[in-house]
Design a protein around this ligand. Structure first.
Ligand code: NAI
Length: 791
């Protein structure tokens, strides 16, 4: 067809990308890849290989080594050996390696883009214009962080050897998100790429050789889930960073619970794409093309739930259907293609099954009459309407080019529907009213909210989820923190279990001992008797009876959680939170003599006086912080600002230390108060009577009901109930190593965030250890709100 004729028909001709260079590279490696360990290529211990195929054609691209536990062990050892030398390099020298990586990837960018498209099936337009440029930007940006590390993170050190497991949807980009911050902060790495898409990670290994990265700093072990499992369980790994399905994330949470491995999880999503009646509908439709049809919808933050204001629903649906019929499905190497191939048969099968299930549940399925390739793994763009919010296609991640559409009437209803999910990764909000969009952005529970845009990413902006979408962030300052630990904490010794034995419960109504003091539980701003009707004796250091404390149980915790969720504290302004905290300090000072006198029976006079005096100071510290723990405004390369807000987490369960019954408790409750969280607190079993003094202070300081709830009882039992409770958003457990492990294990159900002392000693009297940013960071989660500007 001549060009003149094409102008008449407006038909696309094929525009294939030449894959010769990438194929030559595969040939150069004889289409057979082994592991990259300690700077060299190493045969798999068990000699097993699997195929990596092109999903667009089904052709085998290469044989790739299946990693065994022995291969993982060799890689972890190499990473461990490389650690001292890597850490002794100056930050400038580490920065130079990251910079060299960025430059080398830039040099090979076209070959890497083609390789990615061959292995994954994504359109070349995307790998060339989105994936690889973002990879390069990530290494440049983190070369900068490596340079600034010591001045920007004084007192912090690397975790050590990091195990990283990545998925197949953005293979090289996920590698960059993992490796760049890890090595910039002085860690060494063992990375396992996904079994469907290992090739660009192996090309990256070659780049590590090319730039003469010291051996063992980056190790790549290929294989399937069993290889990942071996890495997760390896005792020589200090931290696991995982991106993938929520199900595997949960398994990793459980597997790492008994260890001190740090963990960050970037999991699935079912992100809402909310369109208000005053939105620019044509822009919203284009946004949707990026939101759900980018990478065939195989995107963790895909805008897969379309929420439309009822008044514009029909108009919008018509525009969407028209636009869908112009989308071209076909060979990913064709530059004019919008939708490429699905990564693997199992994924295609999963998409089909979920769509069928959605239709069986009443959804209406619409697909354009798009010409589909006859060979390869393809699924047409799909629109499901009449979707009930509880339908499987509205709740489960489909990870395919499938949009589920629903309607709403008011902004409040939009927020309710948007949050009607266990996930909380991202959201996209479309309205020409800045007030409406920012108000809705603030209310949606998600780590990233794009206003009038979608699927924007940048190395400077944190990315990561709320709730079952995981925890930890990738990108920016908050992403680096995931790979760092306070030096003092790393070197802290472990708590030796206290010799005090647990007292037998006594029936509160019939106790006939002479009791100094009996306290109650404190729930919803009121003193409450325990559901069990039992108390337990509290004894001093010499075994003398100090009083009785209620034996709280499951039911009391449930009541406390309900009260905490109703508390208005999260909605009060930071200034007001500071005022209440100052008031608390004032009230504690007024009563310091009598409180110290009572506390001295348990911990001796000197400690009691010190604890009370220091507690007053600590309250002042957090009153000061309450209106100062600000976020940031990022400046990504696009004409957009990304507002990084430190948001409260919600309801936090707090298990407090035994060594400082008052100061230890307050050191954990106060950062949560400053951040706007409400809490359910388990006071130390050794001196739970402190609650009597605390609730009097809370009551006289205008602390709203339910903000802090105090449930005394047996720590281990109460911790389990708190960690398993689905309405608790985070657990802080500062007790022994066994309780730290339980906190992690039992919280895996709804993947709540867990912050523990790992059973280590914290000097509660030392402000460098016991207060400040480290605690505030754990009391908040960062939400990045992207807002475009300009014409
Ligand atoms: P997956 O979670 O099984 O795979 C992700 C990575 O984890 C791969 O490298 C895999 O080898 C590894 N892995 C699997 N089991 C493991 C284990 N027990 N321990 C350690 N590592 C393990 O995801 P899959 O099966 O490929 O996809 C299933 C669904 O998961 C998708 O349909 C999608 O809904 C979701 N998914 C979400 C992703 C995201 O970016 N949030 C990425 C990939 C999948």
């Amino acid at each position: 067809m001549s060009i003149a004729e094409k102008f008449v028909t407006m038909e696309y001709g094929p525009a294939p990308e030449d894959a010769k260079d990438a194929l030559l590279w595969l040939d150069r490696h004889e289409r057979r890849f082994v592991h990259f360990i300690d700077g060299t290529w190493r045969d798999p211990a068990e000699g097993i290989f699997f195929d990596s195929t092109d999903p667009a054609t089904g052709d085998k691209l290469a044989a790739v080594a299946q990693g065994s536990a022995a291969d993982v062990d060799a890689a972890v050892k190499a990473a461990r050996n490389a650690l001292p030398k890597w850490q002794s390099l100056s930050t400038h020298n580490r920065a130079r390696y990251l910079y060299a990586m960025a430059r080398a990837i830039q040099r090979h960018s076209r070959r890497l883009a083609v390789l990615e498209t061959l292995d994954n099936g994504k359109p070349i337009r995307e790998s060339r214009d989105i994936d690889i440029p973002l990879v390069i930007r990530h290494f440049y940006h983190h070369a900068g962080w490596a340079q600034l590390l010591e001045t920007e993170f004084p007192g912090y050190t690397a975790c050590g050897v990091v195990g990283q497991i990545i998925p197949w949807n953005f293979p090289l980009l996920m590698l960059a998100w993992k490796i760049a911050p890890a090595i910039a902060t002085g860690n060494t790495v063992v990375l396992k790429p996904a079994e469907f898409t290992p090739l660009t990670a192996l090309a990256f290994a070659e780049i590590c050789q090319e730039i003469e990265l010291p051996a063992g700093v980056v190790n790549i072990v290929t294989g399937d889930g069993s290889t990942g499992e071996a890495l997760v369980k390896h005792p020589g790994v200090d931290k696991i960073a995982f991106t993938g399905s929520t199900e595997v994330g949960r398994a990793i949470r459980r597997a790492t619970a008994p260890s001190h491995k740090r963990l960050s999880l970037e999991l699935g999503g079912k992100s809402p794409f909310v369109v208000f009646e005053d939105a620019d509908l044509d822009s919203a439709v284009e946004g949707l093309v990026d939101g759900i049809w980018l990478n065939q919808g195989q995107v963790c933050c895909a805008g897969s739930r379309l929420l439309m204001q009822e008044s514009i629903a029909e108009t919008l649906m018509e525009k969407i259907r028209y636009r869908m019929s112009t989308l071209r499905v076909g060979s990913p190497l064709d530059k004019g293609i919008d939708i490429g191939a699905i990564v693997a048969p199992v994924q295609l099968e999963r998409i089909r099954r979920l769509v069928d299930q959605g239709v069986a549940e009443g959804a209406t399925c619409w697909q354009p009459r798009t010409e589909m390739p006859t060979r390869g793994l393809y699924f047409p763009p799909t629109l499901l309407s009449n979707v009930h919010p509880s339908s499987i296609v509205a709740q489960q991640e489909i990870f395919g080019p499938v949009l589920a559409a629903m309607t709403f009437r008011t902004p409040a209803e939009a927020v309710e529907l948007a949050n009607n999910t266990a996930y909380g990764l991202a959201a996209s909000v479309w309205s020409e009213s800045i007030n409406v969009s920012l108000q809705v952005a603030a209310q949606i529970k998600a780590g990233v909210v794009w206003v009038n845009c979608t699927n924007m990413f940048d190395a400077a902006c944190g990315f990561g989820g709320y709730r079952e979408s995981g925890y930890g962030r990738e990108g920016g300052r908050e992403g680096l923190i995931e790979y760092l630990e306070p030096v003092w904490f790393k070197n802290a010794s472990s708590i030796t279990p206290s010799g005090r034995k647990r007292e037998a419960p006594v029936d509160g109504q019939h106790a006939d001992v002479a009791i100094d003091r009996t306290v109650k539980l404190y729930i919803g701003g009121k003193q409450a008797r325990p559901d069990s009707g039992y108390s337990f004796e509290v004894r001093g250091e010499k075994g003398e009876l100090l009083g009785e404390a209620p034996l709280g149980n499951r039911k009391d915790i449930r009541n406390a959680v309900e009260a905490a969720r109703k508390a208005v504290w999260g909605k009060t302004s930071a200034h007001n939170r500071a005022q209440v905290l100052y008031y608390m300090a004032e009230n504690l000072s007024l009563r310091q003599e009598e409180i110290a006198r009572r506390l001295s029976a348990a911990v001796g006079e000197a400690q009691a006086r010190r604890e009370v005096a220091m507690s007053i100071e600590r309250i002042f510290t957090y009153a000061a912080w309450a209106d100062k723990f600000d976020g940031a405004v990022h400046n990504p390369p696009s004409r957009t600002i990304a507002i990084a807000m430190n948001e409260s987490i919600g309801t936090v369960g707090v298990v407090t230390p035994t060594d400082a019954p008052l100061l230890g408790l307050l050191s954990l409750v106060l950062p949560n108060l400053a951040a706007g969280n409400s809490s359910i607190v388990v006071p130390s079993e050794t001196y739970p009577l402190i609650v009597g003094d605390l609730y009097q202070i809370f009551d006289t300081s205008d602390l709203p009901d339910g903000t802090v709830n105090l449930v005394t009882g047996h720590t281990t039992e109460l911790l389990k109930t708190i960690a398993e409770h689905d309405d608790v958003d985070a657990v802080w457990c500062f007790s022994d190593a066994d309780n730290a492990a339980s906190a992690k294990l039992f919280s895996a159900g709804n993947l709540k965030q867990v912050f523990t002392n790992e059973g280590r000693v914290i000097d509660w009297y030392d402000p460098k250890q016991a207060e400040g940013r480290w605690f505030l960071q754990h009391a908040t989660q960062v939400k990045n709100v992207w807002v475009p500007y300009g014409e």
